[in-house]
Design a protein around this ligand. Structure first.
Ligand code: UDP
Ligand code: MG
Length: 324
C-alpha cells in the first residue's frame, strides 16, 4: 500500500482557552473525514497566561495526532509561526488561527489544489465580518502604499491561513530575520501560488490580540522588511525643499539689490524653521527605523526559546554546539 502523505496543521495560540476546545472538535472531525492523508496537529503555545497549555496536554492525551510546542515566553504570532514551522514534519503544512476565523472546512479544497501541483494555496477573504470600517479602510490604504513601493507582489485580503508545500516551509525556515513580516515572506519566496476565496467569520470566542498599536508596529515592519523606499523619499523631498530654498534665496538677493533690505517677518521665519525642523525629525525617525532593524538583526539572536516539545523538555544544549 502506498504511504499516505503527512499533513501538519499548525496553529499559534496565545490565551486561547475559550476557543481551543471548539478548534479541537473541528479539527478532529476534519482529520477523520480526510482518510487519504495522515495528519499531525502542532499547536504553538506562545506564552499564554491562561490554561492553554493544560488544554494542549489534555488534547495530546486524548488524540496522539496532537502535538504542542511550549515557547519560553510570549514572542508574538510571527515568531510563534516560525517556531512551529521549525518543528512541523508534514509534506505540507497548513497554518490556521486558533480562533476559527479561518474555517478548517476549507482545508480539503487546499489539499485538492496541492495535489494539482500548487505549492502555496492561500485563502483570500471575500468579506470581513465583524471588523470595523476603520480597520478595513486603513488596511486597504496600507496595502496599496506597500505594493507601490516594492517589487514583490503583496497579497491583499490574505492572512496567514494557507497550505504550504514542504519546500516553501524549508524556504521560510531559511529566513531567520527577527522582525518578521511573514505575510511578505510568503510572497518573497515565490513558487506556484493559488488563491481560494472564503468569507472570514468573526472570532468564535475569546478576544483579539491585536490592537492598533500592534497593527501599527506590524505595518512599519512590513515597510522596513521589504523596501527601502522611504529612505529614497526622504532624499527626494530633501532635494525638493533645498531647491525651493534656493529659489527663495534668489528672490531675496534680487529684492535686496533692487529694493533695499527687506524687514524680516518673525512669523514667516518661525513657520519655515518649524516646518523644516519637523521634516528633519521625521526623516531622522525613518533612518532610525532602518538602523534599529539593522541593530536587531546584527545581534543574530535565536528567534525563540523552547520550553517543551510535547513532553520533552528543551535543555538548550545544542545551542553551544554551534561551530563558528
Ligand atoms: N497569537 C499568538 N501570539 C500573540 C498574539 C496572537 O500566537 O502574541 C495568535 C492567536 O492565538 C491566534 C492568531 O495569533 O491564533 C491570530 O490572533 P488574533 O485572532 O488575536 O488576531 P486577529 O485575527 O484579530 O488579527
Ligand atoms: Mg483572529
Amino acid at each position: 500500500m502506498e504511504q499516505k502523505k503527512l499533513v501538519t496543521i499548525l496553529t499559534p495560540a496565545y490565551n486561547e482557552e475559550d476557543v481551543l476546545p471548539l478548534l479541537y472538535d473541528r479539527l478532529v472531525k476534519l482529520m477523520n473525514e480526510q482518510v487519504n492523508y495522515d495528519f499531525e496537529v502542532l499547536i504553538v503555545n506562545d506564552g499564554s497566561k491562561d490554561h492553554t497549555l493544560e488544554l494542549l496536554e489534555e488534547f495530546r492525551k486524548k488524540d496522539s495526532r496532537f502535538n504542542y510546542l511550549n515557547l519560553s515566553r510570549n514572542y508574538g504570532k510571527e515568531i510563534a509561526m516560525i517556531a512551529g514551522l521549525d518543528y512541523c514534519k508534514g509534506d505540507a503544512t497548513i497554518i490556521i488561527d486558533a480562533d476559527l476565523q479561518d474555517p478548517p472546512e476549507l482545508i480539503p479544497e487546499m489539499l485538492h489544489y496541492w495535489e494539482e501541483g500548487y505549492d502555496d494555496v492561500y485563502a483570500k477573504r471575500r468579506s470581513r465580518k465583524g471588523e470595523s470600517w476603520l480597520k478595513k479602510s486603513t488596511s486597504k490604504l496600507y496595502y496599496r502604499l506597500l505594493q507601490k513601493t516594492t517589487r514583490i507582489d503583496i497579497q491583499k485580503d490574505t492572512g496567514d491561513f494557507r497550505l504550504l508545500d514542504r519546500r516553501c516551509v524549508e524556504a521560510l525556515r531559511a529566513m531567520r530575520e527577527s522582525q518578521r513580516y511573514t505575510k511578505g515572506l510568503f510572497s518573497w519566496i515565490g513558487y506556484n501560488k493559488k488563491a481560494i476565496e472564503y468569507d472570514r467569520d468573526p472570532r468564535a470566542a475569546g478576544h483579539t490580540k491585536w490592537n492598533y498599536r500592534r497593527l501599527f508596529n506590524l505595518s512599519i515592519d512590513g515597510f522596513t522588511s521589504f523596501t527601502t523606499a522611504p529612505l529614497r523619499w526622504s532624499a527626494f523631498i530633501g532635494i525638493l525643499i533645498s531647491f525651493i530654498g534656493f529659489l527663495y534665496m534668489l528672490v531675496i538677493i534680487f529684492n535686496t539689490l533692487f529694493y533695499g533690505i527687506d524687514s524680516p517677518g518673525y512669523a514667516s521665519t518661525m513657520v519655515v524653521i518649524l516646518f523644516l525642523g519637523g521634516i528633519q525629525l521625521i526623516f531622522l525617525g525613518i533612518i532610525g527605523e532602518y538602523l534599529g532593524r539593522t541593530f536587531s538583526e546584527a545581534k543574530g539572536r535565536p528567534l525563540y526559546f523552547i520550553d517543551r516539545y510535547n513532553e520533552t523538555r528543551e535543555d538548550n544544549l545544542h545551542l553551544n554546539e554551534r561551530k563558528f
